[in-house]
Each structure stands twice: as C-alpha cells, then as structure tokens.
Ligand binder design. Structure first.
Ligand code: HEM
Length: 451
C-alpha cells in the first residue's frame, strides 16, 4: 500500500539535469556527429546522472560507481537489451549470448561457461603464442615498412578466436570475413542513431549490400558447423561443446540456427575488442617511449628472449598494467546501453520506464573524482586495485563479458611476444581519429612503421 511518505518521496524525485538540444531531435544530431564529446561534455557540465532527449526518446548517462553497480548488478533485472543498438546488432548476430535475454540467455550462458574457465583457457595459451610468433615473423619481414596496426591485430585475434574457440583456422578467409564484419558493424552502428531507419526488407542498395555481407559470414560459419558435425565428439573447443550439449529438460540438441548465432557472436565479440585493445596499446607505447623501454626490460628480465608461457604472466606485472591502462583510456566497449523496463530512481533522479540508459566506460574511466590525472598514461596506477565500480572494461553484473579471462590472457601473451622482437612507431604526422562505433576503434586504422 502506498503511504503518504511514499507519495511525498515519489514527488520529491526530480528529472536529472541535462541538455535541451535541438527542439525536435534533441541531442540526436550531436550523438551522431560526436557521441564521445557529447557524453564527456555532459558529464562535465551536469554530473553523474545526465538526462538527454534523442527525438522522442529519453535517455540517461549514469557515471557514478554506485549508479553503474545499481544498473548492471543490483537492479539488473530492470535493465534489458531492447535498445536500438542491440536490435541492430541482432540483425547480424541473431540471438546469441551477447544479444539474447531471459531463459534463452541463461541456458546458453550455462552451457558456454565451462569453455571459459581459467584452467581451460590456459590450454589455449600455446595457440595464442604460436599465432603471435607467426605475426611477429611476418612483421619482421616488413621492417622499415608502413603497416596498418589495426588490420594486423584484427587478423591475429581472428585467427586466435577461430583456432581456439571454434577449432577453425579462418586465416584464408580473414580478409573476406574482416571486410564483411567491418561493413555490417558500421551499418548496424550507423542505423542506431539514424533519424529515419527503414526496415531491412526494403530493397535499398544498402540493404542489399548488407544481405550480401551477411551471406558471406553465414557461409563461413555454416561451413564450420557442417564440418564439425561430420566429425562429432568434444574436441575441447566451444563449438564442440555447443554441438554436444543437450537441453536438461527436453534432451534436445541446439539447432543450426542457434549454433550459427553463437558462433557468429564469438567470432565477432571475441576478436574485434581484443584487437582494438592491442592496437591502442601500440599507439600509447609509441607515444610514451619510456614506458616501452621499461616494458622491454621487464620482458628481458623475465623471459630473456624466449616466448612467454602462462606461468610467466604473474611476473609480467608491467605488461599487465600497460594493458589495463590502455583499456582505461581506450575501453574497446566504450558504451553499454540498456532499455529501462520499469520506473526507477538513481541518485534521487527519475529514470522513466521505456527510456534508454547509458553507461560509458570511457567516461567513468576519466572521472576526475575516481582517477588522478585521468588523461595521463600511467600504468603504475594499477599497482593498487582501482576503486570499486571505477574500472569496467568488461562491464559488470551477470551480463559481464564471458571472454574476460580469455582476452586478458591473449592480450598479455601477444604483447609480450611482439614487444620483445619489434617496435612500432606512429608514422610522423600520422594522426589518429577515434571511431566510437559499437566498439571504440581507430578510424581508418593506425599507420605505423615497423622497427
Ligand atoms: C578486450 C577485449 C574485450 C572487451 C573489452 C570486452 C567487453 C565486453 C563488455 C563490456 C561486455 C558487456 C556488454 C553489455 O553489458 O552490454 C561483453 C560481453 C560479452 N563478451 Fe566481451 N569483451 C572482450 C573480449 C571478449 C572475448 C575474447 C570474447 C569471446 C571469446 C567475448 C565475448 C563476449 C560475450 C559472449 C559477451 C556477452 C556475455 C553475456 O551477456 O552473457 N568478449 N564484452
């Protein structure tokens, strides 16, 4: 029963402060043009809870550790994935782990979880190092030349995720898969903030090209599933586990559609984020040569020229901190969006039902109340645990990244392998533009010289 106190309390809640923006479109035009600046400026001007209007849609950006924890963990049941961004992503990934909800998600997560256990993942270390060694040899043969670092890291991480989780070497198809994925994601992202988003059935040129790119990926993924079905048995990779799994109640196996969606999700979520993290790390190391020298000396001391193994990692503290600091400054998942199911309240402000809620690791990681000199590059700040809720490159709560330990292991091994043998310098005068798409990536790659 509502008490007088409840009613008074409800009335006391006020809308959060925020920008007015365009009279009809609100902040939509700026969100399309430069979403990072929009969010950073709004946080600076209005604080930890900011209200926006995007056309007829109300949105909030929440940037306090308590608010983040409330949305992703404590009250996560009130925050769904029925956002425009996730709807567009579903057109590419279908209903896999990243995009599904409710009982489907719960079942799929339960089935997939054992494939991501720390011990199981440690078994992938050799394959990760082998891929990194091959990449190093290939890059060594191009010493003195210019490369696109993002492209190189994408190839490398695609091979790793293919070989380890899907037991499939996609290297031959890497460029084709990479190009199709890049196109699909760019469109999925662009549609998310588009003013008029035509349904995908309308045969516009874009929709036709979208369907062709999707067919390319489907072809690769379905071939992979068919090959695996021909030689059944658990081979220790995630795809085998998914194929072999049976529903606890019905005893049914997963159908091809669901397998396709899961494999596509892993292929995508499992390589582009890690590639971006590594790419920005090379960029930072080229900008901070002293940090690179210290990294080299750590690698020399611990490894003495040989390739790293899992057991070496606890001693490679600077290697780990450099990656942590790189993901603080350039979190590959720079924005996490949720659909608000029922009305809520955060820090005394109204959060209405059917609105959209944003948490931006990019903004939280630059919160001056949580981080000293937030724009500075200082790996040693990770000598201490960051305050709770201040660091969230992998999200939080039950929907936290399942590939967290996998990505961390891979990035550390790749960095330790390559940095021992090579140095990369940003091409003089070569600027880097951020592209805050679904992931945070460098626009047009990063041109670097191989040394
Ligand atoms: C540096 C690398 C990575 C970063 C920064 C990252 C970041 C994230 C974040 C922030 C989320 C939560 C999204 C949300 O709450 O809306 C997420 C979810 C997810 N990630 Fe990652 N990820 C990385 C690597 C990986 C890898 C290597 C894999 C697989 C091999 C992976 C698979 C997934 C999946 C399947 C989900 C959905 C989990 C669920 O909802 O149950 N990620 N990731």
């Amino acid at each position: 029963m509502l008490t007088l106190a409840d009613i008074l309390d409800r009335n006391a809640r006020s809308p959060a402060p925020g920008l007015r923006g365009h009279p009809i479109l609100g902040s939509l035009p700026r969100a399309r043009r430069d979403p990072i600046a929009l969010f950073m400026d709004s946080f600076r001007d209005y604080g930890e809870v900011v209200r926006f209007r995007f056309g007829s849609m109300v949105g909030h950006l929440v940037s306090s550790p308590a608010g983040v924890n409330h949305v992703l963990a404590e009250n996560n049941k009130n925050y769904g994935k029925q956002t425009r961004g996730y709807r567009n992503l579903r057109r590419v990934l279908g209903n896999g782990l990243l995009t599904s909800e409710g009982e489907t998600w719960k079942r799929q997560r339960r089935i997939a979880q054992p494939a991501f256990h720390r011990q199981r993942i440690a078994g992938f270390a050799q394959a990760m190092v082998r891929a990194a060694e091959d990449a190093a040899a290939d890059l060594e043969s191009r010493r003195g030349l210019e490369i696109d670092m993002h492209h190189e890291m994408m190839r490398l991480t695609l091979r790793v995720v293919g070989e380890t989780l899907l037991a499939y070497d996609p290297t031959d198809a890497a460029d084709e898969v990479g190009a199709a994925l890049a196109y699909l994601l760019a469109i999925a992202n662009e549609r998310t903030s588009r003013i008029l988003d035509l349904p995908p059935l309308v045969p516009t040129r874009e929709n036709l090209r979208f369907r062709r790119a999707l067919a390319t990926l489907d072809d690769v993924v379905l071939r992979m599933i068919a090959e695996r079905r021909k030689s059944p048995g658990d081979r220790g990779d995630l795809l085998s586990m998914l194929i072999e799994s049976r529903d606890a109640e019905t005893g049914e196996a997963m159908d091809d559609r669901q397998l396709r969606d899961e494999a596509m999700t892993i292929l995508l979520a499992g390589h582009e984020t890690t590639a971006n993290a590594l790419t920005f790390t090379w960029l930072l190391l080229s900008r901070y040569p002293a940090a690179f020298r210290e990294l080299r000396s750590e690698l020399q001391r611990v490894l003495g020229g040989r390739s790293p193994q899992v057991d070496d990692l606890p001693r490679l503290t600077l290697t780990r901190r450099i990656l942590q600091e790189s993901m603080r400054l350039y979190p590959p998942a720079w924005i996490i969006a949720r659909s608000v199911i029922g009305p809520d309240e955060i820090a005394g402000y109204q959060i209405p039902a059917r609105s959209v809620l944003f948490i931006s690791p990019y903004v939280v990681h630059r919160h001056p109340g949580l981080w000293e000199d937030p724009e500075g590059f200082d790996p040693e700040r990770f000598a201490d645990e960051p305050p709770r809720g201040a660091y969230l490159p992998f999200g939080g709560g039950p929907r936290m990244c399942i590939g967290n330990a996998f990505a961390t292991l891979e990035a550390e091994l790749v960095l330790a392998t390559l940095a021992q043998r090579l140095r990369f310098d940003l091409v003089p005068g070569g600027g880097v533009e951020l592209e805050p798409s679904i992931t945070l990536r460098p626009q047009n790659g990063i041109r670097m010289n191989v040394r």
